[in-house]
Each structure stands twice: as C-alpha cells, then as structure tokens.
Design a protein around this ligand. Structure first.
Ligand code: ADP
Length: 231
C-alpha cells in the first residue's frame, strides 16, 4: 500500500537555490528507505518537506493520504504527532532525565500519568534502556543518547520514523547497534526514511536506496548498496 508519494516536487529556496528538482517517488507502508547523496544534494530538504518544515515550490507530497504542503501552520502539530523524527545531534533536553525526555513528548497531549508511564517504559524497553530511566543525558554514551532520542520519537507510535543522519556522531560499532534498534522498529511495522552518509551501514542493511544528485533522484535500488552510486 502506498504511504508516501512525491509527485513532480520542486523546491526552490528564497535565495534561488534549486534544492530538489522534479522528484517523483513512492514509498510503501512498512518500507525502509535510505536517502543518500553528496552534501548539498537535497537530502535534508526532502526530509524537511516530509514533516512540513519546508513546503515544496511545486508538486505534491502525500503522506498517509494527506497533502502535506496544504497542511495549515496551525495544524502542523497534528501531522507531527504521526511522525517520529531523529536527528544527528540527538536534541535531548539536558536538564531532564531519560524518562522525562521521553515523557515530554507525550505529556503535552494531556495523557493520564499511568498511561504516560506505560508508553514511556515500553518505548525505553524497545531501545534497550529501561534501566536508565533516572539518568541524565550527560551520563549516557552517544549511542545511548541516540537510543533515548529514538524512544522519544516512537513513544506516540508514529507510522513514519524519519531519521536525518542518525549515526553521524557515532562510531561504527555504536552506529550498528543504533541501526539494529531502528531495524527492529521497522520490523514492528513503522516505515523508515533515513538520510545518511554512512556507506558501510547502507551496504550491510540491504534496504532500498534512493540516490540524489544535485536535487534530482538519479537512482533507486530495491536492495541497494552505496557502491552502486558509482556504477
Ligand atoms: P543535503 O541534506 O543533501 O546536504 P540540503 O537539502 O541541505 O542537502 O541542501 C540542498 C541545497 O539547498 C544546497 O545547495 C543548500 O545550500 C541549499 N539549502 C538548504 N537549505 C537552505 C535554506 N534554508 N535556504 C537556502 N538554501 C538552502
């Protein structure tokens, strides 16, 4: 079933830069998709348009039946509830514990405390950090911090998990652990869209790979490797 669709999407920033050009793309529910390409090729722009941080200049982006570009500013928060986002730099709140960081994403929706507790512990269990609920981010390794960020991203059970260079600050072994967590989330049914520079990871994962060059989608491999880009 089609879950995400880019139809004739262009993005020109106000300064005249064409960041994405004539993009057509379809992603099925439950897919795991890597977006790769050199720095400046449009990966972040593509991802930002998916969660409506940026709007396309032309074309349509459909996410779960919703035309994302048409979502009003006042309704973006509703869209974002359906999407989990993980960034390279974790973006955890340093003064909150692991538990509080994850709960923060839920409590603003006014859930009862026992419901919050159940969901937070479930998310932390999934990323293997149930024993660290009382720790502060500064007391955790980079990989653990990223796993907390992943728990926070999935605590609302989103249909889509967007990852922008999630292993960019991590060493290869830690990156692999983090990727296994994301793979587990995918195995449980969440669609994953991940921008990355991590060649080794892409090669090992054998998932769909979309390759961007100067804002254009130039290659799309079903079970790709990074090496394919030079073929
Ligand atoms: P990537 O994530 O692949 O590095 P980006 O999507 O960040 O690529 O950038 C694509 C192009 O758009 C680059 O030329 C970049 O300089 C430009 N760009 C990105 N964000 C902005 C912005 N907010 N305003 C103007 N130009 C931008």
């Amino acid at each position: 079933m089609e879950f995400i669709k880019f139809k004739d999407v262009d993005k020109t920033y106000k300064n005249g830069v064409n960041a994405v050009y004539d993009m057509n793309l379809s992603i099925k529910k439950g897919d795991f998709v890597f977006i790769i390409g050199a720095s400046g090729s449009g990966k972040s722009t593509m991802i930002k348009m998916l969660y409506r941080e940026e709007r396309p200049s032309n074309g349509e982006i459909i996410l779960g039946g919703i035309n994302v570009a048409k979502v009003k500013n006042s309704k973006v928060y509703k869209l974002r509830r359906k999407i989990g986002i993980v960034f390279q730099d974790f973006k955890l709140l340093p003064k909150l514990t692991v538990y509080e960081n994850v709960a923060f994403a839920l409590e603003i929706y006014g859930l009862p405390t026992h419901e919050v507790r159940k969901k937070v512990l479930k998310a932390l269990d999934l990323v293997g950090l149930k024993s660290k609920t009382k720790s502060y981010p500064s007391q955790l390794s980079g990989g653990e911090q990223q796993r907390v960020a992943i728990a926070r991203a999935i605590v609302n059970s989103p249909k889509l998990l967007i990852c922008d260079e999630p292993t960019g600050n991590l060493d290869p072994d830690t990156s692999w652990e983090v990727m296994q967590v994301i793979k587990k989330i995918n195995d449980l049914g969440t669609t994953i869209v991940m921008a990355t520079h991590d060649r080794e990871m892409v090669d090992r994962m054998k998932k769909r790979v979309i390759y961007l060059e100067d804002g254009r989608l130039v290659k799309d491999y079903e079970k790709g490797t990074y090496v394919n880009e030079s073929n």
